[in-house]
Every structure is written in structure tokens, then in C-alpha cells.
Design a protein around this ligand. Sequence first.
Ligand code: 13P
Ligand code: SF4
Length: 356
Amino acid sequence: PASDPDLVERARHAKAALGDSVFVLGHHYQRDEVIQFADVTGDSFKLARQAAARPDAPYIVFCGVHFMAESADILTGDDQRVILPDLAAGCSMADMARIDQVEDAWDALTDAGVAEVTVPVTYMNSSADIKAFCGRNGGVVCTSSNAARALRWAYERHGSDTKVLFLPDQHLGRNTAVRDLGLALDDCVVYGPRRRSGGLSDDDLASARMVLWQGHCSVHGRFSAESVADVRERVPGVTVMVHPECTHEVVLAADRVGSTEAIITTVAEAPAGTAWAIGTELNLVQRLAAEHPDKGVMFLDRTVCFCSTMNRIDLPHLVWALESLVEGTVVNQIRVDDDTAHWARVALDRMLALPG
Ligand code: 13P
Ligand code: SF4
């Protein structure tokens, strides 16, 4: 639906009044009505790098989800304040790994006699305390656009016997290990509180090269190998490109795999007349289709698939956050405590320093 013109005008007005004191970042999954006000748009890697691009802006309004705003707080100066327009914009995948559960898992790996060669690697989609856990334990953060480089770094830095504890997205971990690093599916085991009680033995853990946390994205989990077969039948010649949070089966069935930024670039560079079925969040796919009317860009599945928490950032919330700033009030500030921020930054800086 079209955005409320009154709210659009108010957002424009507030942003103009704030001038350079506000820097608005927008993730590709944000609604059109919100993304039009972003100074920078990107995938989570690009936004992590961009967060610190405007050190003179005292306010950073992050149109994305909670873990992204936390990372922006960690990566920016003490005098910059990060605002998430709706505090309910979380990420169900990030919520699947709590720090106490991860510490228990780490202890179990120690009990299995493998902790001295285990390194934690966490996907950006995790809480700041899990990133800090990785920082303290020789690990690194990764995003969907550099997961292969992060895993190579982990194995090279810690030696060929290294085991990686990959948090929290089992699919990104498995897809990257198998597609990019050439590990066998059997080299990966899934660890989670329920799975552990379901009989994952110390021997299983000890022989694995990748211990995958039992997390997933419910949005990307809705795509199936049948959706890929279905679109191939309906649209002969279509190229299927999916996000690496999709299941391994879907990734195997697809033609291309990439982060949101990679999907956008690939479609932009494709010749006119080509057809693309995209397996990622719907706001992004709809925008891509509108921006490239000369190409057939379609959603991979027949059902609607928004990320409900990304969608919580809507124009009324953005207007409220901006107008509050104009009035001198900071609402919904995201603040990570100093110790957590220090160690999370160690892991984030390792990611930002990855070669290539
Ligand atoms: P990107 O790293 O591609 O931005 O993906 C983030 C995300 O939340 C995907 O679900
Ligand atoms: Fe989290 Fe999935 Fe939404 Fe991305 S799409 S923010 S992983 S719930």
C-alpha cells in the first residue's frame, strides 16, 4: 500500500530539520515507506561497515532489527547514539541462541575433549553477548556475504584439527561448509538443547568438524525444493537465486546463492529479458521487480513471505523517532554495556579485517 502522504511529509520535514546530525541506515528487507528515508541501504555486512562512516552524526537511526542496531552501537563512537524505531524489531533466529545455552554447549564440547581445538563463529544475526563470547574465545563474526572467508580464517588460524561451533544458523553454516569449504555433510552435526537430549553423543561431537547450532530463519525456511521445481516448470529458463539461510536442499536445487547485496547486484547486472526467481524476503524481491521492469523478477514461492520483525519498523515509528529527536528526546536507544561491547568488537573487528 502507498505510504500515508502526511507521514511522508512529516518524516521529510523532521529529517531536514535534523540535517547532518542524523544518519539513517536501512536494511534491504525494510518496507519501501521506510527505505526511502535511508541515507545508506545495505546487507548486514555493508551496514556494519557503514555504521561508523559518519562519526560526526550524534544520532544513528537504524532501520533494521535489534542485533544490527547493537552492532552499530558497538562499532560507533561513545558520543553517538543508536536508535531502533521499534524495540519489538527482533530476529527470531538470533533469539534461538541464548548465551547461557551457548556456554552449556561449550562446556559439553569441553567434556567431549575437543574444546582446545574449537573456535566459535557466529553469524551477525546473534545477540551482542554471543558476539562477545566469540571475541573472548578466539572466534569471529560473519555475515552471509563473508561466511566462507570467516570459516577459512577459523580453520587456518587454529589448525587443521579445528572444530567450528557455528552459531546460530545451521543452514548458513552447513551451506558454507559444504559448498565453499568442501566439507562433507557428515562432517557437520547439529547441536541444540533438544538435539543434545535426543542423543547426540560425545563421540558425534568429537568426530565433527562443524558443530552447527540448531537455529534457523523461519522466513527462509519456508522455501522448499518443491518451490524451486515448481517455478522451473512455470517459467522455462528462469534462474533461481536464494539466500544462504535457505535449507541445504533448496541451495542445492538453486542456480545461485548469495547475500541480499549479492542478489541485488546479480539481478542489476543481468541482461534484459532474463527471468529470476528469488528466494529471500518479499520487500526486497518486490523492490527488485519494480526497479527492473525489463527483467522478469519474481518471488520464489507462491505464498507471501515478509520478515514480520523487519516489518515492525514502519513509517509511524520512524516519524516518531525522528520527531522525538527534533524535540531533543532520544527514544529507543540501543546500548551495549562496555565489557560486552569490548569483546564483541574484537570479534567484529576480526570480521572486518578478513582478507578479500
Ligand atoms: P544479509 O546478511 O544478506 O543482509 O541478511 C541478513 C538477514 O537477516 C537475512 O535474513
Ligand atoms: Fe531474522 Fe530471518 Fe528476519 Fe533475517 S529474515 S531478520 S534471519 S527472522
